[in-house]
Design a protein around this ligand. Structure first.
Ligand code: ADP
Ligand code: ADP
Ligand code: MG
Length: 542
């Protein structure tokens, strides 16, 4: 096992060199004999946004506990007392030295945004306003509340707000604090692209104007690229050991990550590279129409949100990406397809067999993962099912756990597996990227792609991660309108036209990395940005 696959390598045709092996040197910290070991530490720097790119369970929180001074690293020795002077000796002459000195002098305070914002309501009773007011140490809370559009939910109880609202409340609560070092464990789950860009801009401002150290773990590569100044890649074997690389430039770090090979470390972290096409995919030969749906209208009531759907066709064996801001009616349309909601006008052929993975996954049964999945498909445990579903979704290690004990990312992988395990005409996945780390997104993307190709299956995938949408989709369905008031679902279109409509609405253009062709967000107002807008090339070039 190389730490990427669960058990047997699905790529064993490929010769893998230099798979991460536990290093020879001593770790920074080891929790005990045969327990998790951490090698290397990220380097927070005042006035900089430092990114961390890598899987969950690799030691990021462990590193932050250390950098916050909440835990003294033992350098792999658990005889005697761990002490900071030895750690400082180890890092003398490195970029970390200044930071560690400050830490030893008791000059470091940390604010932390937790990864799983869904758990905040379990820890905090009361209204949004009460939670936020306790954090207003810099007198900037009003500004943050406005920028993050939290005002409308200020007087709502915490347990009544949506995932996207909770994420923005948690961001505001962290950024409102007055400390030296901010640790943000994922900023994008449940946020749409313009909310992600706002969050990124606010974090940037803290570094630029406040000269603060911002450490950000992020799995949306387009946002990470836009936001960070330097990048540490982490690799290893989640749960066993993790290595934090020296800082790389963000561009090189992401390029190396996507290529599957870390240059300085001489380390292959994935057998295959991930590639992007600069030109829009040619219209694939279409299969038979799977469903032709008419113009439809749905309103939740007088003065409530309403959705207009422009009729269109979904073809057999295509993957249809679905994009648009939050609160624009994407889940509403998904529920109309599943039959859970009836349109007020227009009629939908509900003969279709639909497998649906909802956005917010509630599987709180005291049932084991293996029992749950085998109740869905009699293919469970077959070699085909293991190769196509269990391995890429890393289910092996969690089969014996109960559904209600799973973490957000584990729950997401089980829910994707459950959806793909059903026998259906149309697989409808609402935000499958939420809570997955980058490697899991890559694996989940190829599992969904491979599954649809091998089974001539049709999938609709709603997501905000542009890289995932690009890698998955044959065509694109774009929503626009006024969030929470009115939305319009446009008919599915070719990728180029769809991306242009979607990004023009957001006023964002992408350029291509010269070496890899990977899409990168242009700085708003830059020469490239203006030129591409003039040419109508928001994402693909001709
Ligand atoms: P990440 O933040 O990258 O998800 P963590 O730093 O939380 O990873 O954890 C890395 C590994 O260390 C995990 O396998 C976790 O179970 C283990 N671990 C974390 N805290 C402790 C501890 N106090 N004792 C033993 N093992 C721990
Ligand atoms: P998206 O999936 O694009 O984020 P949704 O379809 O979930 O959007 O929601 C669109 C709008 O409809 C939101 O403003 C939401 O609050 C509102 N909404 C969703 N369900 C209901 C409901 N049952 N009653 C009233 N309003 C609703
Ligand atoms: Mg939704």
């Amino acid at each position: 096992s190389c730490g990427i696959c669960v058990e047997k390598c699905p790529f064993d045709a490929i010769e893998i060199i230099n798979l991460p092996n536990e290093l020879d040197e001593e770790p920074v910290h080891r929790y005990g004999d045969n327990a998790f070991s951490l090698y290397g530490l990220p380097t927070p720097e005042p006035g900089k946004v430092t990114g961390i790119l890598g899987p969950n369970g690799i030691g990021k929180s462990t590193a932050v506990h250390a950098l916050a001074g909440e835990m003294t690293p033992n350098l792999g020795e658990f005889e005697g007392e761990a002490d900071w002077e030895s750690v400082l000796d180890r890092y003398r002459g490195t970029e970390l030295q200044n930071y560690l000195q400050k830490l030893i002098d008791g000059e470091v305070e940390v604010a932390r945004k937790p990864q799983y914002v869904d758990q905040i309501p379990n820890q905090f009773d009361g209204e949004v306003r009460q939670l936020l007011e306790r954090t207003d140490e810099r007198g900037e809370l009003d500004y943050l509340v406005d920028e993050l559009s939290i005002r409308p939910v200020m007087d709502q109880p915490i347990d009544s707000v949506s995932g996207g609202e909770l994420q923005r409340v948690a961001l505001a609560a962290t950024l409102a604090r007055d400390v030296d070092f901010y640790f943000l464990d994922e900023i994008t789950p449940y946020l749409d692209i313009s909310q992600r860009m706002t969050a990124a801009r606010l974090i940037r401002e803290m570094a630029d104007d406040g000269d603060r150290s911002m450490l950000v773990v992020e799995h949306d590569l387009a946002i990470l690229d836009l936001l960070a100044d330097t990048l540490h890649v982490t690799y290893g074997e989640p749960g066993a050991y993790g290595v934090v690389t020296d800082p790389k430039s963000v561009r090189n770090g992401i390029n190396e990550y996507l290529s599957g090979y870390l240059d300085n470390e001489n380390m292959r972290i994935r057998p295959e590279e991930i590639t992007f096409e600069e030109h829009a995919p040619r219209a694939a030969t279409k299969g038979q129409p799977l469903v032709e749906y008419p113009d439809m209208h749905k309103s939740y009531g007088e003065g409530e949100f309403s959705l207009d759907v422009e009729g269109g066709t979904i073809y057999e064996s295509e993957v249809l990406g679905v994009v648009g801001p939050n609160g624009i009616g994407k889940s509403t349309l998904a529920k109309m397809f599943t039959g859970a909601l009836e349109p007020d006008e227009g009629e939908l052929d509900t003969q279709l067999d639909i497998a649906y993975k909802p956005q917010y996954i509630e599987i709180d049964q005291p049932m084991r993962v293996d029992a749950f999945l085998s109740s869905i498909t009699d293919q469970f445990g077959s070699s085909y099912w293991n190769t196509e579903i269990a391995q890429p979704l890393q289910l092996e290690g969690i089969m014996e756990q109960n559904l209600d004990d799973l973490s957000g990312g584990e729950r997401q992988r089980v829910a994707i597996a459950a959806c793909l395990s059903e026998d259906a005409d149309l697989y409808l996945l609402d935000e499958p990227s939420a809570h997955l780390d980058v490697e899991q997104r890559v694996q989940a993307t190829s599992a969904i792609r491979r599954y649809t190709e091998n089974h001539d299956a049709t999938a609709m995938v709603i997501d905000h991660d542009i890289y995932m949408i690009d890698l998955l989709s044959d065509r694109l369905m774009v929503f626009d309108g006024e969030p929470a008031e009115h939305g319009t679902a446009r008919p599915p279109q070719e990728m180029r036209a769809g991306m242009n409509d979607f990004l023009a609405d957001l006023d964002i253009t992408f350029r291509r990395d010269e070496r890899t062709g990977r899409p990168r967000i242009n700085k708003p107002g830059s020469q490239k940005d203006r030129e591409q807008k003039r040419n109508g090339e928001y994402y693909y070039s001709d």
